[in-house]
Design a protein around this ligand. Sequence first.
Ligand SMILES: Cc1cc2nc3c(=O)[nH]c(=O)nc-3n(C[C@H](O)[C@H](O)[C@H](O)COP(=O)(O)O)c2cc1C
Length: 170
Amino acid sequence: MEFEKLLDNRWSCRAFSDAPVPHEMVDKIIAAALKAPTARNIQNFMVWILSSKRAVEAVHASTRFTFGAPLFFLVGHREENAWVRGYDGHVFGDVDTSIVATHMMLEIADLGLGTTWVGSFDAPKLQGLLPETAGYELLALFPTGFPAAGAAPGPLHSVSKAPEQVSMEL
Ligand SMILES: Cc1cc2nc3c(=O)[nH]c(=O)nc-3n(C[C@H](O)[C@H](O)[C@H](O)COP(=O)(O)O)c2cc1C
């Protein structure tokens, strides 16, 4: 999809069909994550692809924002490996990982799948249920699948500030 159209057409999908996500699409989403820029190209992130019964149950126990998705991408990073800006000690782990997650979100939309960036989940609880994620900061969860019939953007989708509220010339 042309980039402008992709930006116009992306929306947070909150209702999914139970059709599985094809493996080739999962591969493309991981490839999009790997194309993301990160500080010093450190690629200090991990994506867990959650579709097993155990993993999906763990997600369901950790958030109400599951929307009937057949698959979840969980994105995290190891804070101690992140680039730190020498001038002020700012740690860029969340920044890098957010860029990676944004690439994934846009790739998901480009493939004709739906997703919503879910930040509201009980990360410590999920970590306890999925010990493979221990030691990582868990930043984003993406319920992913084909949109259910009748799925539509939520009311906040069309709310936007004006350009002059978010930018200024100096
Ligand atoms: C960092 C972040 C966290 C979010 N967390 C949630 C969430 O926990 N649950 C949810 O339903 N939507 C969540 N969203 C989706 C936003 O509510 C949504 O992007 C916003 O309302 C604009 O709608 P749109 O994506 O359809 O344009 C989150 C989005 C971002 C970027």
